[in-house]
Design a protein around this ligand. Structure first.
Ligand SMILES: Cc1cc2nc3c(=O)[nH]c(=O)nc-3n(C[C@H](O)[C@H](O)[C@H](O)COP(=O)(O)O)c2cc1C
Length: 370
């Protein structure tokens, strides 16, 4: 995901999801999408940084986009020379700027060009090429769009279960993943479902109900880099979350601060802190009684897995309660009276990792009653 799954975050995910160990890690990592036009321009050196990865992250797939077959070919050769395990072509991004270039979801409207792009990518990369797309442009058109993709025999097609028009505004329509799986039967192309999946349990459930060969998790990784550790039975404590956030921030600064703005980290701060947001003045029971509580807690308001939202929330509420109880009657520094929301606001004003660490350490120290 652009400005999310950069090298720093992927390394944090690899570490805290125990990638490469038994029961750990995703099956495959993807880069942020990278412009093939840019890779063929004088700005190439900066974009090459988006294709940097560590040995910890294999299997590693590079995602590129363009509407120019010659640029896709050159970029595919480049991606191969960088040792990537796979090449993914973005044919689903709804961003207007990307579509103006004839790329992303615009490919759905021009299947012939899409096929040409896939074929030159296959020639240039000479390894597994996959596609990331949607179920249609203005409406679901898998009957016409999917066969065009399958004709090119890609290794896999990841389908975000919404149309371009739907952006991410409606719940993902998983019935169409099942339809795509049926259509791709016997083609040799894997179908990966995507949209609104919160965790590995839900991913397994989707595989069961649709027959998909795999599931891609996107936003669920925000603030939860341990997401792919199957052996973990309880969520990291508040302290651990914030420690991971500090480590992530230092790594971002070390690897990327010369080319990326520190503001990128602020999305992550929100997500790391969100786990215990809303705790002030609420009890767990109140939340369980309130059907609207999941809306405050979940980044996926349309998710049907409210019970999971509640149980995750309960962990964090218990931790928060514990902090408040421990600190009661003890030192009453300013941070004792700070809510997670206030912590988040302070984090939003930071410009570097040391500031983040100072703020978090004060928050944690006062919480422990030290
Ligand atoms: C901030 C953000 C950046 C994204 N960047 C990309 C991208 O670079 N390439 C891509 O294929 N999809 C990208 N997506 C779309 C996601 O991969 C995914 O299709 C979508 O979020 C739905 O899945 P989810 O509900 O699991 O997040 C992005 C989504 C978000 C929220």
């Amino acid at each position: 995901m652009a400005d999310v799954t950069d090298e720093a975050f992927r390394q944090i995910i690899a570490k805290y999801s125990r990638h490469g160990e038994l029961g750990g890690g995703p099956d495959v990592f993807f880069t942020e999408f990278v412009s093939a036009d840019g890779l063929c321009s004088s700005g190439r050196n900066i974009l090459l940084r988006d294709l940097a990865y560590s040995e910890l992250e294999h299997p590693m797939v590079a995602q590129i986009f363009s509407s120019h077959p010659d640029h896709i070919f050159q970029a595919a050769e480049l991606v191969r020379s960088l040792g990537f395990d796979g090449l993914d072509l973005n044919m689903g991004c709804p961003d207007k700027g990307i579509e103006k270039q004839g790329s992303g979801a615009a490919h759905i409207k021009d299947p012939q060009l899409a096929q040409e792009i896939i074929r030159v990518a296959q020639q240039g990369f000479a390894g597994p090429v996959s596609i990331k797309t949607r179920i249609g442009y203005n409406q679901e058109t898998l009957d016409t769009w999917l066969p065009k993709l399958l004709e090119t025999q890609p290794a896999a097609i990841t389908i975000h279960a919404r149309t371009r028009k739907e952006m991410s505004l409606v719940p993902a329509r998983w019935e169409f993943i099942k339809k795509a799986v049926d259509m791709a039967q016997g083609s040799g192309t894997l179908i990966i479902g995507n949209g609104d999946v919160r965790d590995l349990d839900e991913a397994r459930e989707k595989v069961q109900t649709t027959g998909a060969d795999g599931i891609m998790l996107g936003r669920a990784i925000f603030g939860t880099p341990w997401l792919f550790d199957e052996t973990r039975v309880i969520s990291p404590s508040l302290y651990q979350r914030l420690e991971i956030m500090i480590e992530h921030t230092y790594l971002f600064e070390k690897l990327l601060s010369d080319i990326k703005d520190f503001s990128i980290m602020k999305k992550h701060f929100k997500a790391y802190v969100n786990g215990f947001d809303g705790a002030k003045g609420s009890s767990v029971n109140n939340l369980q009684d309130s059907p609207s509580a999941s809306r405050n807690l979940s980044p996926f308001p349309q998710s049907k897995t409210a019970h999971r939202t509640y149980s995750t929330a309960r962990n964090f509420f218990n931790q928060k309660d514990e902090i408040l109880q421990k600190s009661e009657g003890e030192s009453t520094g300013n941070y004792l009276r700070k809510s997670p929301k206030e912590l988040r606001i302070e984090l939003m004003a930071t410009q570097k990792a040391t500031e983040v660490e100072t703020i978090v350490r004060k928050f944690l120290k006062m919480g422990q009653g030290n």
